[in-house]
Design a protein around this ligand. Structure first.
Ligand SMILES: Cc1cc2nc3c(=O)[nH]c(=O)nc-3n(C[C@H](O)[C@H](O)[C@H](O)COP(=O)(O)OP(=O)(O)OC[C@H]3O[C@@H](n4cnc5c(N)ncnc54)[C@H](O)[C@@H]3O)c2cc1C
Length: 285
């Protein structure tokens, strides 16, 4: 199918883009990589009257380190993260995640911020943003605001982003050498959306975990941190019994989706396995 007809705007600056968003309100949609929006329009699941294409706004196309954070502009594409974007633990972690996102053509067009705006429950970047408690920088003609994932993701494909707002930048806190990371994902075929995935970010001191961030995605309507498992891990040596128990806690903590791809029981089992894999990866150097 083809989309319903729409008006097309190609602003050259952020100010112009947010003016257009304010003008078009519910009827307007940002076009970033188009890898989720265009298929939805072709199936007529999305019928925006106006498209505001941000691809010509060079000021949004960046990934840079600044003030202890990795700052990711709205036009940074998935493929940019396939190789380390900088030095350090975080920059080495992101390529491990990026290669699970769809296929190369999708990664060459789709954007990190577009994934966060779209909020697919199986989005790898949504899980990363949640696990690392990213700062989401949002702009509109009404001003700027920064939000954290727990006040942003509201359900499958649902966020607190307003129709007149641009998700301008994502900020991830840099991780020093005391941090270790792990990521595990299960999908039916390479490039498919995850049925379940887990990200583990642990800080170790003298062989003990002193800070633990554990996120699970793909299995429920939005990514989530598993606070009870983080509490269990913190202060422990991350031995096999602890890792096994953290997997059990995560599997029980989530409310899994049930669909044609997997039952809730199967998804719980996958979460258990992905959490254990991600933790073992983080704990083994
Ligand atoms: C076959 C296929 C397989 C895929 N597999 C995966 C996968 O395994 N994992 C995964 O995470 N994704 C996957 N994707 C989706 C892909 O990652 C998209 O790139 C991503 O979901 C959306 O980013 P985009 O830049 O393409 O956004 P677009 O498609 O341009 O936009 C998506 C939505 O977000 C809004 N939007 C985009 N950018 C902004 C912004 N800066 N501010 C405000 N609103 C904005 C748009 O208005 C629209 O509503 C797949 C896509 C396809 C077609």
């Amino acid at each position: 199918m083809k989309p319903v007809s729409f008006r097309y705007f190609a602003p050259r600056s952020v100010d112009e883009a947010i003016d257009l968003l304010a003008e078009h309100g519910e009827e307007g949609k940002i076009l970033a990589g188009g890898q989720s929006l265009v298929p939805a329009m072709n199936f007529r699941l999305a019928r925006p009257a106006s498209l505001i294409d941000i691809n010509r706004i060079d000021a949004l196309d960046y990934v840079r380190e600044d003030g202890g954070q990795l700052r990711i502009g709205a036009l940074a594409r998935h493929a940019r993260f396939e190789t380390p974007v900088a030095r350090g633990v975080l920059a080495a972690f992101l390529p491990r995640v990026a290669r699970h996102i769809g296929h190369l053509p999708i990664r060459c067009r789709g954007t990190f911020c577009g994934s966060i705006a779209h909020a697919d429950p199986a989005s790898e970047w949504c899980l990363v943003a949640t696990t690392l408690n990213a700062e989401l920088a949002i702009m509109s003609r009404r001003g700027r605001r920064n939000v954290r994932p727990n006040e942003y993701f509201a359900g499958a494909l649902t966020t607190t982003l307003q129709p007149d707002e641009l998700l301008a930048e994502i900020r991830l806190g840099l991780l020093d050498d005391s941090w270790r990371t792990g990521f595990a994902e299960f999908s039916r075929r390479a490039g498919d959306y995850a049925l379940a995935m887990a990200a583990a970010v642990l800080r170790l001191e003298d062989g003990r975990i002193v800070d633990a961030r554990l996120g699970v995605g793909g299995a429920a309507d939005r990514p989530s941190r598993i606070a009870a498992a983080e509490a269990l891990l913190t202060g422990s040596d991350g031995g096999p019994d602890i890792v096994r128990e953290a997997g059990n806690i995560a599997a029980e903590a989530i409310e899994p989706l049930e669909d044609i791809h997997a039952s809730t029981v199967y998804r719980r089992d996958l979460v258990r396995a992905m959490v254990r894999r991600a933790l073992n990866q983080a704990l083994t150097r």
